[in-house]
Ligand binder design. Structure first.
Ligand code: RIB
Length: 307
């Protein structure tokens, strides 16, 4: 099982707060931590922990963060040969305000080297992409690069999973290159033009996106789990109930586990149940990568919660 992840790498700067500030307000925090993050890196680590041979295509800056983050990826078993050290700008960073009582957050990103991940980087990593079962993408690198990678992978018969986060407009013809598109409510609303509040709205949004050519639309619904929409079905897969410590990276845990399950050719409903479990485990720990489960942990959790 092989997966290539093309995406962002960040250092996450966390401040723990009793509650999130409103615009113009200062709230005194209780603690500060620097942890590895970035949607691309989180998803790559998530895939590797679940046993997939994982390549990452990306860039980091020539700074202490880039060095630390490369080391972290290697320690987690990610193949980093397609990550370039770029001297032009800084490694991507995210400032995360975490509400300690609810586990909810506010995130601001300065992309730095993320925005320099280019179509040439995709060309240089085609050997990895071609030998992968799945190419996993997000939207923290240029959309032009995402589009190019999706098209090239599709031409080689590789299944493409696009997690359209953070929410951005997409080229209208990208959908036909996608095996799965995995928006949350906000992203599904932006992309489909259907405001997603209820599960019925999500079905409508999913149908609109499927009509554009993607095989499966999987809408993540937080506490309500996930919804799969394809040409011939719409199926709601409920979430597992856990106490959230930090919801950062829940979507990344979900996408990593989904990509691994797709690479293993599992049925989509089972794949979403597995992905819901990975997200549930992830949010019980602080940090976007600390809670990403190993395969053993995930299997144990699923066995414990099987009814
Ligand atoms: O999905 C969570 C990630 O979003 C964080 O790790 C942060 O770096 C931002 O990119």
């Amino acid at each position: 099982m092989r997966i290539t992840v093309a995406g962002s790498i960040h250092m996450d700067f966390y401040i723990n707060l009793p509650r999130l500030p409103v615009p113009g307000e200062t709230v005194l925090g209780k603690g500060f931590t620097m942890l590895p993050g970035g949607k691309g890196a989180n998803q790559a680590v998530g895939c590797a922990r679940l046993g997939a041979y994982t390549y990452m295509v990306s860039r980091v800056g020539k700074d202490f963060m880039g060095k630390e983050l490369l080391k972290n990826l290697r320690e987690n078993g990610v193949d980093t040969r397609y990550i370039r050290v770029d001297e032009e700008t800084h490694t991507g960073v995210a400032f995360i305000l975490l509400d300690e009582s609810s586990g909810e957050n506010m995130i601001a990103v300065a992309p730095g080297t993320d925005y320099r991940v280019s179509v040439e980087d995709v060309d240089n990593s085609m050997k990895a992409i071609e030998e992968s079962d799945v190419l996993l993408l997000q939207l923290e690198i240029p959309v032009e690069t995402v589009y190019y990678a999706a098209k090239k992978a599709w031409e080689k018969g590789v299944k493409v999973v696009l997690n359209p986060a953070p929410a951005r407009e997409l080229p209208s013809d990208i959908y036909r290159y996608l095996y799965a598109l995995t928006p949350n409510r906000v992203e599904a609303s932006l992309l489909s033009g259907v405001e997603v509040k209820t599960i019925d709205d999500a079905v409508k949004a999913g149908r609109e996106l499927v009509s554009r050519g993607v095989e499966y639309v999987v809408i993540t619904l937080g506490r309500e789990g996930s919804l799969i929409v394809s040409r011939d079905m719409a199926k709601h897969v409920p979430a597992f109930k856990v106490k959230a410590v930090d919801t950062t990276g829940a979507g990344d845990a979900f996408n990593a586990a989904l990509a691994v399950a797709i690479a293993e050719a599992r049925d989509m409903v089972e794949a979403c149940r597995i992905a819901n479990a990975a997200a549930a485990i992830q949010i019980t720990r602080l940090g976007a990568q600390s809670g990403l489960p190993s395969r053993e942990e995930l299997e144990e959790f699923l066995a414990k919660h099987s009814s």
